[in-house]
Design a protein around this ligand. Sequence first.
Ligand SMILES: C[S@@+](CC[C@H](N)C(=O)[O-])C[C@H]1O[C@@H](n2cnc3c(N)ncnc32)[C@H](O)[C@@H]1O
Length: 270
Amino acid sequence: MSTDKQYWTQRYEDALTGWDIGAVSTPLKAYFDQLTDKSLRILIPGAGNAYEAEYLWKKGFSNVFILDISPIPLALFKKRNPDFKASQLIEKDFFKHKGVYDLIIEQTFFCSFVPHKMNRVKYATKMASLLAPKGKLVGLWFDFPLTEDLEKRPFGGSIKEYIGYLNPLFDILSFETCYNSIAERKNKELFGIFSKKDIKPKQANNPLHGITLKTILEELVAKYGWEYMDEKVRINCFAVNPSINSSLKFLRKTPWAREKVEKLYLRSKK
Ligand SMILES: C[S@@+](CC[C@H](N)C(=O)[O-])C[C@H]1O[C@@H](n2cnc3c(N)ncnc32)[C@H](O)[C@@H]1O
């Protein structure tokens, strides 16, 4: 058993589940109530007893997935909701889970990780990687200072800190003090809606993406001729009996020369 799995399972066994409010939380219920598309693929990671999933399921959202590292809350959920699809109950470490969702719901999950910067960056990156383009991360993040005490969950944070982790990957649609928290959490939590940014893979910014070396050479030769190319890139295959084939062979195994030719090509396009 992994340490995290042991830790959380022990908490359930010892009934040390102070985070568990026993029902869908009011802010999430209000958010769910205005959703109209019941086919949304929704993930609730670190779902615990998952009252939010139960609420959604009963409202007819058929693609709700519950994920937790501990089997105990999942088994309890299944007992309460025997008709819930077993394939949508996932016992797994969030960071090892793969999938694509339209919506991910956060509630007292972020604050359960030891608050090292690395864990918080990992959380934001993993959330983004599990979302479809324009998918949303929605939920509640505690708004109280982080203390030095690494034994004392929930671990706090501030709006500024959360934005620092989430903003590189998400557009912030709203993030403010939650107006409809449960009494115990009033003024202690932020409600946020984040939309996954459309970050193009690096290749999209590469002006040579999709252009073969053969095309580059053919165009250069047609435009400048071998003599000029030999002047610009001093390699034998441009100087002695030059041909496209022999140049291709040489350039493919000589990165420094290939780079020079590619640069020449880019300059020729300006
Ligand atoms: C503080 S509880 C919150 C439960 C639930 N979100 C709620 O609001 O009642 C944190 C939950 O996250 C689960 N958890 C912790 N680390 C996890 C991980 N790496 N992957 C999946 N679940 C994890 C724990 O088992 C626990 O159920």
